[in-house]
Design a protein. Structure first.
Lengths: 237, 91
């Protein structure tokens, strides 16, 4: 089958990626074989190429976010059938989905509703599920009223804004000047252009000096972050 | 809530203000060997798709490309030339 691969261990740049003919995977007992329809592209896809992953064997097939149709099921699989429309976020240590077929363990899979396209489902995995974990799993939203989402135009940030809004939270987001207009379509309560404004000062104004209750940092140390002055004065409880 | 790395909290008033920090790493669930954590990947995926089916979440797809354009697509992501999601059709 056709696949986008990292051919050799030393191939640590996007330029080294090649389309190659590789063996079609055979599902193990707890896996299904998926005929791939649409895949999502994410920053992690090139970062693992550049950083290398010790667990890989070569050629390694790239790609984490798969959608497609189940075409074979492993011996121990009972909940999934040939013909199911599925999507899943894969394990980066395993061969991936930038290929005609991929075999994945069933725990990651969901059935795609009839009114959701393969393309939409493929775009709701790596970044969206990270945002989902950051809003719906990790925090206790009791008494949380305000949320700061860094990089609200990004793959994680844009979903985090929408999920936080569904909870009725007041959402503030930081973006660079060129992305202000783009992020406006998500209706955050305030957009902070970190190139033009001081983030701490603006957050102090927006929260009456109380600080934001929840901060979702999708950028890390390299980002234009708030300082602890913008953190909540206490709690939240 | 931190996603890319763990911030340096030296000198931060974490205890004084009763603050907490949490880390999100989806890959950690895959590698945990914990079947309950792993199963939550599928459950969250289902819940997210239900929100999309109900029109409550829009993934903001920027462009749908072909298989042989994935390499260029990854370079475009790296160069910050893409806002919104890039999706590729395989078949």
């Amino acid at each position: 089958m056709k696949a986008l691969v990292v051919a050799n261990q030393g191939d640590q740049s996007i330029n080294c990626l090649q389309i190659a003919e590789v063996a079609k995977p055979i599902p193990t007992a707890d896996q299904v074989l998926i005929r791939v329809h649409a895949v999502g592209l994410n920053p992690v896809d090139y970062k693992v190429v550049e950083g290398g992953v010790p667990a890989w064997t070569y050629p390694h097939t790239l790609g984490l976010d798969v959608t497609g149709e189940v075409v074979a099921v492993g011996a121990a699989v009972t909940d999934w059938q040939v013909g199911d429309r599925v999507s899943g976020h894969g394990d980066l240590t395993q061969n991936g989905c930038f290929a005609e077929f991929v075999a994945v363990p069933t725990y990651q899979l969901a059935r795609i509703p009839d009114n959701v396209s393969y393309e939409t489902a493929a775009s709701l995995l790596c970044g969206a599920l990270t945002a989902y974990t950051a809003v719906e799993r990790k925090p206790n939203l009791t008494n949380v009223r305000t949320v700061l989402v860094h990089a609200g135009a990004g793959g994680v940030g844009s979903i985090a804004i929408q999920l936080a809004k569904l909870h009725g939270l007041k959402v503030f987001t930081t973006v660079s000047t060129g992305k202000v207009k783009y992020v406006r379509q998500l209706y955050p309560d305030a957009i902070i252009d970190y190139r033009q404004e001081d983030v701490d000062t603006r957050l102090a104004q927006l929260t009456d000096g109380l600080g934001v209750d929840l901060i979702i940092d999708t950028v890390g140390k390299a980002g234009p972050n708030e300082t602890c002055a913008a953190w909540p004065t206490m709690g939240p409880w | 809530m931190t996603i890319v790395d763990v911030p340096d909290l030296t000198g931060a008033p974490v205890f004084d203000r009763g603050l907490s920090m949490d880390v999100v790493n989806l890959g950690g669930a895959h590698l945990s060997g914990n079947p309950f954590q792993q199963a939550d990947l599928g459950k969250m995926n289902s819940e997210m798709l239900a929100l999309a089916a109900a029109g409550k979440v829009d993934p903001l797809i920027e462009k749908v490309i072909f298989f042989d354009q994935i390499k260029d697509g990854l370079q475009a992501i790296k160069d910050h030339r893409v806002i919104g999601k890039l999706v590729a059709e395989i078949d």
